[in-house]
Design a protein around this ligand. Structure first.
Ligand code: MG
Length: 214
């Protein structure tokens, strides 16, 4: 990785250990160029990692977030950062931080910041996706929605990356684990790697369970 981008990623707030960041870039390096979609930008730490590979591969990365934080980022929760609260709205506001990281990394031509919820974007999204990184809201409803809504746009051979997947419930919440089990049970994905809580799966055919049903 470009040492300057590495430094920017290292100084960007987020929840991505180094070994998982390295695995994320290694997996992305095996994806075809085209359109890549990250769900859950936060302050764009993982976006800088993915964007560095996207730039090298000639891919375009869209990163989608409403930028008001997930449940675990809200006041009173473990991952709350009070310095991210916008005094105007009283809400968490991560968009300026993400814009700064992408600007500083020189990735503005490679990355499109898409501001909205996955429920807003899913109904009109039609583009085929070569890499999908699921790292948004980790409640069961939203995690399952995000998988169903966007994985059906993955092309055969495309990559599905899922973050915060914990086999042992004592290590973290169930929804990302359940999403991975659902993907594997569909028969449309094979697992290629496990690094910490990051799983890399590859789509093996042209029809997901949702795709077959529509
Ligand atoms: Mg995560």
């Amino acid at each position: 990785m470009d040492p300057r981008l590495r430094e920017i990623a290292d100084h960007t707030r987020g929840f991505l250990p180094d070994d998982e960041a390295d695995a994320l870039r290694a997996a992305a390096a095996t994806a075809r160029p085209g359109l890549w979609l990250e769900i859950g930008t936060y302050c764009a730490k993982s976006t800088v990692h993915l964007g560095s590979v996207a730039r090298d591969r000639g891919a375009h990365l869209v990163t989608l977030d409403h930028h008001h934080g997930s449940e675990e980022n809200q006041e009173g929760w473990d991952y709350h950062d009070s310095s991210l609260v916008d005094p105007h709205t009283g809400l968490l506001e991560t968009l300026p931080h993400a814009r700064h990281a992408i600007h500083d990394a020189g990735l503005e031509q490679t990355v499109t910041l898409l501001v909205g919820s996955t429920q807003q974007v899913a109904p009109w999204w039609t583009s085929p996706i070569e890499l999908l990184f699921l790292d948004g809201n980790h409640t069961e409803d939203v995690a399952q929605h995000d998988y169903a809504a966007f994985s059906r746009h993955l092309t055969p051979g495309a990559l599905l990356l899922v973050h915060d997947v914990f086999e042992d419930p004592r290590d973290g919440g169930r929804p990302p684990w359940n999403v991975v089990q659902r993907a594997l049970a569909s028969g449309d994905f094979v697992q290629e790697s496990v690094t910490g809580s990051l799983r890399a799966l590859r789509r093996t055919d042209g029809d997901t369970e949702e795709g077959s049903a529509r």
